[in-house]
Design a protein around this ligand. Structure first.
Ligand code: UDP
Length: 358
């Protein structure tokens, strides 16, 4: 039976893998075996184990405990460990998702050992080379054999780089959001879901303070409460900014910090809110899937069709937040444009993989 080694490492990848895994289980006609490798990039229980349990993902056959601190050595450490795993389990192909360091390490390890690389979420571009994710995307696409692009824009981006033959499917994150919210009866209430963890927003204390001040001021003015699941990276900066009383300081300005939540809880928060404010790649799309308008606190996005359709707006600077949040809050989205497919991308991807490789 053909075997695929799936490389996972970070929270969004666990979620992405759940759509394809459900499809593999459902499709008895397409027989192939999936082996899961967890690089250990996200090891915190709230960023990792919770998703394996909640999403019913198979237990990883390989799981590493990374020792390196800096990005370059960590990439190298992951690549070496993945190469060793490949030599042990001898897969027919290696599948990577998205744009994390685990994605690139997995693609490089497979490529160096002469194995086909399947890249799910190929062709996305923010055109911002200051984002490590952008470097990971470009480098992974160049060495992938089967490129699965979630949008026509992504296919065009690849063509412009001289990469042809990508397959256009919908988006598997959208599949998941549809699957897990299908039976959820939840009215939207005036409230905000806030997430923020990109290094460009949270690593500088001054920048983080400007965002918090502008979001808090807007929430207070409107009498709205923002729920803010805190990423460990953001928490570190908030402690430097406000000390151990950081969550009390946030609460004074209508921002309620909570621990990172599980995926289903996150979807409920998105679906029940009147506005999402985020710098997350995944959450801006989940907002669309849950028909909630959003403000993306970044200079750019790789999901440009959301901006073009007006489902989201980019907010590059904190002083623009108030106007843009006013504009988006409570808007009713028309999602009959099916920007990310109809919830069956995973099935299409499985067909593509089995036709292309086996
Ligand atoms: N997520 C979650 N709980 C949280 C925050 C995020 O389940 O508290 C999920 C959400 O589905 C999101 C995914 O994790 O799409 C990845 O989010 P993150 O913002 O970490 O990464 P990005 O998409 O920006 O790479």
């Amino acid at each position: 039976m053909p075997t695929i080694l799936t490389i996972l490492g970070a929270r969004p990848q666990f979620i992405k893998a759940s759509a394809l895994t459900r499809s593999i289980t459902r499709r008895g006609d397409l027989e192939f075996k999936q082996i899961i490798l967890h690089t250990g990039q996200h090891y915190d229980a709230l960023l990792s184990d919770i998703f394996f349990n909640e999403l019913n993902l198979p237990k990883p056959e390989f799981k590493f405990l990374l020792k390196s601190e800096d990005r370059k050595s960590r990439l190298h450490e992951m690549k070496v460990a993945i190469s060793e795993a490949i030599l042990i389990c001898k897969p027919d192909a290696v599948l990577v998702y998205g744009d994390t360091d685990s994605t690139l390490a997995g693609a490089q390890a497979a490529n160096e050992l002469g194995l086909p690389v399947i890249h799910v979420e190929a062709g996305l571009r923010s055109f911002d080379l200051e984002m490590p994710e952008e470097i990971n995307r470009v480098a992974t696409d160049k060495i992938s054999s089967v490129l699965i692009a979630p949008t026509t824009t992504a296919v065009r981006n690849l063509n412009k780089e001289g990469i042809f033959g990508a397959f256009h499917t919908g988006d598997i994150m959208h599949d998941n959001a549809i699957h897990f919210t299908r039976d959820l009866v939840l009215e939207k209430a005036p409230s905000i879901l806030l997430t923020m963890h990109r290094p460009s927003n949270v690593d500088s204390i001054d920048r983080l303070k400007s965002w918090i001040d502008s979001i808090g001021e807007w929430c207070c003015k409107k009498g709205l409460m923002a729920t803010f699941p805190i990423h460990p990276r953001t928490k570190k900066s908030l402690i430097s900014l406000y000390g151990e009383v950081w969550s009390k300081e946030l609460e004074k300005i209508n921002i309620k910090a909570v621990l990172p939540v599980g995926y289903i809880e996150l979807l409920k928060l998105i679906k029940g809110s009147s506005l999402v404010i985020t710098d997350s790649g995944g959450i801006q799309k989940e907002a669309y899937s849950c028909e909630t308008p959003s403000v993306v606190i970044r200079r750019n996005t790789e999901w440009v069709e959301l901006v073009n359709a007006g489902h989201t707006v980019l907010c590059p600077e904190p002083n623009q937040l108030s106007n843009l949040a006013d504009r988006q809050n409570g808007r009713v989205l028309d999602v009959t444009d099916f920007l990310y497919g109809n919830g069956n991308a995973a099935d299409e991807i499985l067909d593509i993989i089995s036709n292309a490789l086996f």
